[in-house]
Design a protein around this ligand. Structure first.
Ligand SMILES: CC(C)(COP(=O)([O-])OP(=O)([O-])OC[C@H]1O[C@@H](n2cnc3c(N)ncnc32)[C@H](O)[C@@H]1OP(=O)([O-])[O-])[C@@H](O)C(=O)NCCC(=O)NCCSC(=O)C[C@@](C)(O)CC(=O)[O-]
Length: 314
């Protein structure tokens, strides 16, 4: 356990990844209500929305309204995501935090469905995005590898394939003089187990010195075990989603439902003596609000059971 980090940065992605996976009928005011509630929980960063083709992701068509409607609390970073230049320029206009994101996928089939590109086109798109980032004064940013462990269309992704796709994306960043701020390995469909996490994180570390981050899905109940494997390797940056909301609509018929729940990851860290800055009871209340807004129970057992009272009154 000696490599456990002392602090873990958790980016809350529920308002983006969660609501993209729900029907488009969720009201903008409710999305804003959840983001404002999350702002009071100590999460350091909230991904509020994405700027995407509204014909394929109508759930995110109100991204600009969300950006305009939220109450920004000092000390909280309010971010967004995009997959192309058009989305990046909208994100800039929104005033949400816009790090220089680079994206790719270990599965070529997922890439075609999610990003509408072949691997070569994706590299070309990332080069152009990087040039656009430079024009706007942005340097290094996170590099995301989707379906890093497996995919509903291609099955298991061998470590070598993930490394190959990563090396192309890292080269784009390095050639632009903007090495990745981190390499975020995404288990888009909850395909991994702890040994897979250990194998890929270690292989990436053997090859590059960039910090590794994890974006885990709990689709098959291994999300927290996978997070534990990452923590034991010293991974100190995670994405997670309040209540376990979310998934990617382009990930296949079994899909990607259920990110690791932020409050459960924060609880794991707390029980390991790792700081996150998160007020777990407050986040658990936000998870209940998220369930009310979407109108169905969420996967987080902590949200269901409530925080364990260590000193109950007799
Ligand atoms: C993939 C792209 C960007 C390809 O975008 P493209 O190839 O440029 O365009 P397209 O062929 O998809 O569509 C073209 C039409 O979309 C419009 N368009 C195109 N982009 C935008 C935009 N940004 N904002 C507004 N409109 C846009 C564009 O203007 C045009 O409109 P038309 O001329 O036909 O009227 C696009 O198809 C798209 O936005 N798709 C949605 C993909 C998506 O949002 N996926 C989910 C997020 S990724 C994820 O969840 C995984 C993650 C991050 O959580 C990690 C993990 O778990 O692994």
């Amino acid at each position: 356990m000696s490599d456990l980090p002392s602090f873990v940065h958790i980016t809350e992605v529920g308002p983006r990844e969660g609501f993209q996976f729900e029907p488009p009928s969720i009201q903008t005011k409710d999305k804003i209500r959840l983001i404002d509630a999350l702002s009071e929980t100590g999460v350091p960063e909230i991904e509020c929305a994405s700027f995407a083709n509204r014909k394929v992701v109508p759930q995110m068509a109100d991204a600009l309204d969300i950006a305009a409607g939220i109450t920004r609390r000092s000390g909280v970073v309010y971010g967004s995501m995009w997959l192309n230049a058009k989305g990046f320029l909208q994100a800039l206009d929104s005033g949400l935090y816009t790090p220089a994101l680079t994206f790719g996928s270990a599965s070529d089939s997922f890439l075609a469905r999610n990003n509408n590109t072949t691997p070569d086109q994706q590299i070309d798109r990332q080069r152009k995005l990087r040039a656009l980032y430079s024009e706007h004064g942005l340097g290094s940013g996170p590099l995301y590898l989707f379906t890093a462990f497996g995919c509903n269309y291609e099955g298991v992704i061998p470590v070598e394939k993930a490394l190959h796709r990563l090396s192309e994306l890292v080269a784009v960043c390095e050639e632009a003089g903007a090495p990745p701020a981190n390499i975020t390995l995404c288990d888009t469909i909850g395909a991994a187990g702890p040994s897979d996490v250990r194998a890929l994180v270690s292989a990436v570390r053997d090859r590059w010195e960039y910090p590794v981050a994890l974006h885990l899905h709990d689709t098959r109940e291994l999300g927290i075990a996978n997070a534990m494997a990452g923590l034991e390797l010293g991974v100190a940056r995670f994405d997670a989603s309040v209540g376990g909301l979310g998934g990617c609509p382009f990930a296949g018929h079994k899909s990607a439902a259920g990110n690791v729940a932020t409050e459960e990851l924060a609880l794991l860290c707390d029980r390991l003596g790792i700081e996150t800055g998160i007020d777990i009871p407050a986040l658990t209340r936000a998870a209940k609000l998220a369930a009310d807004i979407v109108g169905h129970p969420l996967t987080s057992k902590l949200a269901l059971a409530g925080v364990f009272n260590r000193s109950p009154e007799a």
